[in-house]
Design a protein around this ligand. Sequence first.
Ligand code: GDP
Length: 449
Amino acid sequence: MVLADLGKSINQAIGGLVSGQQDVDEQALDGMLNEVSKALLKHDVGLRHVAALKKNIKSSVNLENTPPSQRKNVIQKAVFDQLVALVSPTGEQTESAVFKPRKHKCGVIMLVGLQGAGKTTTCTKLAIYYQRRGFKTGLVCADTFRAGAFDQLKQNATKAKIPFYGSYVEPDPVVVASEGVNKFKKEGFEVIIVDTSGRHRQETELFDEMVQISAAVKPSQTLMVLDASIGQAAESQAKAFKEASDFGAIILTKMDGHAKGGGAISAVAATKTPVAFIGTGEHIYDLESFTPQQFVSRLLGIGDLQGFMERMQSLKLDQKDTIKNIQEGVFTLRDLRAQLQNIMKMGPLSSIASMIPGLSQFADQMGGEEPTNRLKVMIFAMDSMTNKELDSDGQILLREPSRMIRIAKGSGTSISEVQEVMTYHGTMANIVKQVGGRNGMLNQMQNAK
Ligand code: GDP
């Protein structure tokens, strides 16, 4: 996760308060605050915001009136609270900034942001978010400046089965936006998401266009899409957009990368605008609603079970057939592929681990190669299998190795990678044979569906 190192440095600074053994006094507190400040600055959080955080922690901790045994906890809580305040600039942000549509009413969401920030990708992610919650959702491409913008949106929307509107011939984005929104409104759509241009010959033209589109479609919410990996530039970029479009909330994208990300935090603080969502990958499901407490919990490795549950619920994993097979003691290659695809839907395993208390250290240890890349290769190999092979117990492939060679060639994988699939499948099939039919837990899983 972006800022994972920051979380680690802050934890180390707090941890150092007790490992020093002696009582936590003002001097130890100052030392810790200096360490925390250094870590924040190193990760691109602006100096002004760091100074304010330091001052607020210091004034909220009263060491004199706190028994020595409780001092560390009190300080820890103060750091947590101030980090939460830093990412919830509207003060005590208890309400989520996510727009809440109403059934049978029409809500329009307009996305603004610079080209490359992830706007078009995020539009589809957002549409899926609302569609999965039962709202009739449509996408409008009002970016007529960039050639190919409509094609990109169309491709994403088609893949996700979201209705879309755009034009290859109309050059005026205000006209396209109005037509699209009016069309979807007439058809009873409940959430209409408008993608806008992120680049123009002149910055002023871009901002003028945003204002005109906004006046034409009257959005219920304007969201600024901000790339979290651009460092300190995030703050000035967000300020410029805020002046022009007065967006109501921010979506921070590319939070899955290794960039410092503190610039995005400064942008949130400087524009006094809440974050509604974070983008955590290139996949269409990689979008999470944002709440400051959950975010800081994950940052500090305390875990985010609520986020984890939300992610699991939103996936709608399809495993009815597999469960039936397993109950009968059968596990085909198709079952294996379905299971691996389910795991892939959860997103990068390192980000899942960071949501589970106690597993965040494990996420760090995974470092290097993301394990889901290995799974992807296995799925590619299985995609090149025939139906007969997929529905088999794998013996047919083991008996006729020429099939494995064909699969490797067809999928662009190596023979040893296909063999790895077979070995893994063999292990799983054996387990299933042993437990199949008798396992009460599986019945419970099915009943819970
Ligand atoms: P736009 O120009 O603002 O519409 O940006 P695009 O939607 O075309 O995205 C630019 C690039 O960023 C694409 O390669 C996307 O796949 C990538 N991207 C968008 N959101 C995320 C994210 O949350 N994580 C990662 N890793 N990549 C993202």
